[in-house]
Design a protein around this ligand. Structure first.
Ligand code: HEC
Length: 132
């Protein structure tokens, strides 16, 4: 009986443990290349995505500024960050980023980010979304 309770506590602690042990993610080395390769084509300040949303991934400042409606990154909380929710399949596929539907709000045929790329961005936000 006791063993069972301990193993439940142990399993529940794993996600926290692995996040606190992961090495710091660099914006310039790790995150920016993902955004440049997958988002810049539409969110460069003048592309389709920027025209519709005002969102540009061109610089750290424009990224943090967010859309014309406000920021999409909440430093320290990936789950509260619109950007993370859009790339991590936590929204309706029709508004997912990068867009990969002809019939979605945003039209496009870009590939989804890989689980590794999604985790990198998630960890960077959870570590404070720093310009490091
Ligand atoms: C094929 C073009 C295209 C690509 C590639 C693309 N986007 Fe978008 N994005 C759009 C369009 C168009 C909109 C506006 C959609 C709307 O508001 O109807 C948009 C909107 C957004 C928004 C604002 C959503 C909101 O709720 O206001 C965010 C954040 C975003 N994109 C992030 C990204 C990220 C991060 C990537 C790369 C992983 C990316 N986009 C790749 C076209 C694109």
């Amino acid at each position: 009986m006791h063993n069972r309770i301990y193993s439940i506590i142990f399993v529940a602690a794993i996600p926290f443990f692995s996040i606190s042990c992961s090495k710091p993610v660099s914006f310039n080395k790790d995150v920016k290349p993902i955004l440049v390769a997958n988002c810049l084509i539409c969110h460069d300040g003048s592309g389709e995505g920027s025209a519709a949303s005002g969102f540009s991934v061109k610089t750290y400042n424009s990224l943090m500024q967010g859309t014309k409606y406000g920021s999409v990154i909440v430093p320290g909380s990936s789950v509260s960050s619109t950007l993370y929710r859009l790339i991590a399949h936590k929204v309706d596929p029709k508004i997912q980023m990068p867009p990969h539907h002809d019939e979605g709000l945003a039209k496009g045929r870009e590939d989804e980010l890989t689980p590794r790329q999604i985790t990198t961005i998630e960890m960077w936000i959870d570590q404070g979304a720093k310009n490091n």
